[in-house]
Write a protein that binds this ligand. Structure first.
Ligand code: 3UK
Length: 541
């Protein structure tokens, strides 16, 4: 391999063999990047060089900072990593924190030092932290003091992780104290465009989490694709939203996309739907990134807030039910931009603009990507036929030393594990996760279609539909339903919901079992945990 700035080559050494990589496409002129590129150098020093030094980069409830100030803080953190913590380029640095300015500055500081970020969701427990540290052979950690407990509990089982510093901390050797001694000058590590920048772990529901490896070039490419063609971001945008910076959806939307264009991001630690709308009002935010369940909960409350600054809303992480899209549009006038992305692809690859929305579709291949629906043999399905979604583009799946590479990458395509169909115009319609299809008396039934229908019923706040075992039919669709306040979950309501589905879609798809629950199990990123519902359905008797 060509130039690398990495002294520690662990990540590069544990990439899959080149023959197991997806095919990479660099068809757009803006993807013609130089051989040497440091993504934080590009996003910070590049911004200052472009004359954006005095623009606001980060806004938070307790203050704001300019691009110049953020660059200086990232430089101080990089200097501490190298001078006080002994980091050499290529070392892996664990980052743990909620979305706050120090978390963002640390991410950028690690990049500048030539380290590799391994960011963890704030709610991870010691056992999960240990798995990630072990797999990525993490050597250093920077952690928000308030999240110290689980990290400290993990340390005895993490022999590679020797150097830890805490921020928002007043100890004499805290990151805050060490950075205060630094000048703010640092020579950004001259990484190769294809040096590893981050290892993002999937929120895998089964088996050990997989580490997806992304290069400096991939971080910049994600900024130059979806945000340019679908979101059409501009330098006056003010971004806000909920996805954690440890989730690549949040890394893009809450940090890198705004920095790429000289815009600003509002970082707030814990947001409920109400608090998110208050944030939009307080900061006059123009762009919002969050998950479908948030838009669903925001819609009925939107009238209480001044959301007039808002221009674009992005939904990803799971399918956006049309009922949610319409409710949010009726409440705010905004057509949500849906987009499917994945940790493996780093960000969104099928999406649309507000004007090119097509009802029920996730969108079309984001320019720079190609997408297809493949059959069992890997051949393209004709329009209208359900198969496996496959994509390729400038980014793609490279698992860190993991045999599951051959499951995600087949014949050069990234196969996402989603069942989709494509129409004659190249719009892609989500059906279900491939392994979530419900097979009932020989019929293939997609739970999300039933959910989408149930959500059109006035009594339904949220729902999840999964396969329940059934002697006669093998499986039946079972609906777990959260009702809106004021509705009663009794046998009559169950019957009403079943009849409602039968009258709206093919009757064989109606949920043969309905159970009312107070809440649905969700991940930190708002994804419905279907495996937990399936577990409940299996043990229900
Ligand atoms: C599902 C969607 C239907 C789909 C992600 C945007 O979600 C992200 O990454 P993950 O690795 O999960 C990937 C899987 O989630 N999914 C995501 N978005 C949609 N299904 N419609 C959607 N709009 O099953 C996909 O394979 O957690 C999303 C950007 C970055 C990301 N990492």
């Amino acid at each position: 391999m060509a130039h690398t700035a990495h002294v520690d080559t662990f990540a590069r050494d544990n990439l899959p063999p080149r023959s197991a990589w997806p095919e990479l496409l660099f068809e757009l002129p803006e993807l013609d990047y130089p051989a040497r590129m440091n993504c934080a150098g590009e996003l910070l020093d590049g911004a200052v060089a472009r004359g954006w030094g005095e623009r606001i980069a980060i806004r938070a409830p307790d203050g704001r900072c300019t691009y110049r100030q953020l660059m200086a803080q990232a430089n101080r953190i990089a200097a501490v990593l190298v001078e006080d913590m002994g980091l050499v380029p290529g070392n892996r640095v664990l980052l743990r924190g909620p979305n706050n300015p120090m978390m963002a500055a640390c991410w950028l500081g690690v990049m500048k030092a030539g380290g590799i970020v391994v960011a963890t969701m704030p709610l991870l427990r010691a056992k999960e932290i240990t798995d990630v540290v072990t797999k990525a052979e993490v050597t250093h950690a920077l952690c928000d003091r308030r999240l110290a407990e689980e990290l400290q509990a993990a340390l005895p089982a993490c022999p590679t992780l020797k150097t830890v510093r805490y921020w928002y901390d007043d100890a004499p050797d805290s990151l805050d104290a060490l950075t205060a001694r630094q000048s703010g000058e640092f020579r950004t590590c001259p990484t190769a465009a294809d040096d590893v920048a981050l290892i993002a772990f999937t929120s895998g529901t089964t088996g050990k989490p997989k580490g997806t490896v992304h290069f400096h070039r991939d971080v910049i490419a994600m900024c130059d694709l979806f945000p340019k063609s679908c979101l059409r971001t501009v330098s006056d945008d003010i971004y806000c939203g909920t996805p954690p910076l440890a989730f690549t959806f949040g890394l893009g939307g809450m940090l890198c996309f705004p920095l790429r264009v000289g815009a600003s991001t509002v970082l707030v630690e814990r947001l409920t739907p109400e608090a998110l709308m208050q944030t939009i009002e307080d900061f006059r935010a123009t762009v919002c990134f969050t998950a479908p369940t948030f838009y669903r909960q925001m819609a009925p409350l939107a009238a209480k807030f001044d959301l007039s600054s808002l221009r674009a809303c992005v939904s990803a992480g799971e399918a956006l039910p049309d009922a949610t899209r319409q409710a949010f549009k009726a409440a705010t006038g905004i057509e949500i931009i849906d987009g499917i992305g994945s940790t493996e692809m780093i960000h969104i690859f099928v999406s649309h603009t507000p004007e090119t929305v097509r009802r029920g579709a996730t969108g079309y291949a984001v320019p720079g990507y190609r997408a297809a629906v493949l059959d069992e043999d890997g051949k393209p399905c004709p329009p209208g036929v359900v198969g496996r979604l496959a994509v390729k583009g400038p980014t793609g799946c490279r698992y860190l030393a993991d045999p599951r590479q051959e499951v995600y990458v087949q014949n050069g395509w990234n196969v996402t594990g989603d069942a989709y169909l494509m129409d004659a115009d190249g719009y892609f319609f989500y059906q279900a996760r491939t392994d979530d299809m419900i097979i009932s008396a020989g019929y293939n039934i997609a739970g999300p279609e039933i959910e989408g229908t149930l959500m059109q019923h006035e009594a339904v706040a949220e729902c999840g539909v999964v396969a329940a075992p059934d002697e006669e039919r093998g499986q039946i669709p079972k609906a777990y339903v959260v009702l809106k306040p004021g509705y009663v979950g009794d046998a009559a309501m169950a019957k009403a919901l079943q009849d409602f589905v039968k009258s709206a879609i093919a009757p064989y798809k109606y949920p043969r079992a309905v159970e009312f629950v107070g809440a649905l199990p969700r991940t930190e990123t708002g994804k419905l945990q279907r495996f937990k519902l399936r577990e409940m359905a299996r043990t229900a008797g």
